[in-house]
Design a protein around this ligand. Structure first.
Ligand code: RB5
Length: 145
């Protein structure tokens, strides 16, 4: 189950992602927002990231103007590894090396065609594990910094 969320600046992409996920037969839950009316991205990022953190959703796709606010907010949640990706290469490596479980995209940054490729790459690229597994574990275990 994919947690989907956006603020107003990412609303159009969020609405376009739903039929894309339907086509790919990937189930999702929409955590809002529900219109282009101005709103605060942390509200939606927190709701979706909570569902990834507590296991209700396996992964998340969050859209705002830049992808940055969504990423910063989502990464406050235990167990969440959110990556803002502006390229297919970044999305592939975020999965292979970082086991990213949340993808964030900036609707004001990334064209729709690229966003589709980035989303497909995020959804279907497996984590490589091995040495990357050790490193990802350290993200969540080293809390003394
Ligand atoms: C909203 O104007 C914009 O600041 C927001 O969508 C996002 O880009 C923040 O990181």
């Amino acid at each position: 189950m994919i947690a989907l969320a956006s603020d107003h600046a990412g609303y159009d992409y969020k609405e376009r992602i739903k039929p894309l996920l339907d086509e790919l037969k990937v189930p999702y839950k929409d955590f809002g927002t529900t219109s282009r009316d101005s709103t605060d991205y942390p509200d939606w990022a927190h709701a979706a990231a909570t569902s990834v953190s507590n296991g209700e959703c396996d992964r998340g796709i969050l859209i705002c103007g830049t992808g940055i606010g969504m990423s910063i907010t989502a990464n406050k949640h235990k167990g969440v590894r959110a990556a803002v990706c502006e390229s297919v290469t970044a999305a592939r490596l975020a999965r292979q090396h970082n086991n990213a479980n949340v993808l964030t995209i900036g609707e004001r940054i990334t064209c729709w065609e690229s966003a589709v490729d980035i989303i497909k790459t995020f959804l279907f690229t497996p984590f490589e594990g091995g040495r990357h597994g050790r490193r990802v574990e350290k993200i969540h275990t080293l809390t003394s910094l």
